[in-house]
Design a protein around this ligand. Structure first.
Ligand code: SF4
Ligand code: SF4
Length: 167
């Protein structure tokens, strides 16, 4: 079984992209005090229903940022030298961050969308799609982008516009 919105996600996200950009633009003019609370509630409800193992799209299409701590932890777990781990798996992106060389992620088991290094995965992976973060308004741009990758983020945004309309 795959996530119900994954197949048509590109089209779905494209249809609401402008609307989402405008929504955040209006919201930024006067950020509601309850914004973080409401998004967090929606996030929790969404991930009670959503099983990421039926999707895996973030691991298949984008790369997390690997911090130095992430790299040290994962290299240790894999019994590799830090330098060898970097050479084998990572490159530097245009913002000077370490990211994966390849997509899908080398650590994704594509048979069931599980992660070979789940317990030591990068912090960015454990926090994705960041819809339960404080000061959510600061993540407006990345959230709009993530609706094209993550069906759960698409649904969270649709629900947020209903529960917290901006006018
Ligand atoms: S490290 Fe694991 S959770 Fe992170 S992108 Fe790769 S497979 Fe996904
Ligand atoms: S976080 Fe989003 S994109 Fe990643 S596996 Fe879960 S539903 Fe899919």
């Amino acid at each position: 079984m795959i996530d119900k919105d994954l197949e048509g996600l590109t089209e779905l996200a494209k249809e609401v992209k402008e609307e989402n950009i405008k929504y955040f633009k209006r919201l930024k003019k006067r950020v509601p005090k309850r914004l973080d609370l409401v998004v967090r509630e929606i996030h929790e409800e969404e991930f009670e229903r959503t099983d990421c193992l039926t999707c895996g799209n973030c691991c298949k299409t984008t790369s997390p940022m690997f911090t130095h701590k992430d790299i040290e932890r994962i290299a240790k777990h894999l019994k590799m030298k830090v330098a060898d781990f970097i050479t084998q798996y990572l490159k530097i992106d245009e913002d000077d961050f370490h990211v994966l060389k390849t997509a899908p992620c080398s650590f994704l088991d594509e048979r069931d969308n599980s992660c070979f290094i789940y317990d030591v995965r990068p912090k960015a992976c454990s926090e994705y799609p960041h819809t339960n973060r404080k000061k959510f308004i600061q993540l407006a741009d990345i959230t709009v982008k993530n609706t094209e990758i993550c069906p759960a983020t698409y649904r969270i945004m649709e629900e947020l516009k209903k529960r917290l309309p901006s006018s």
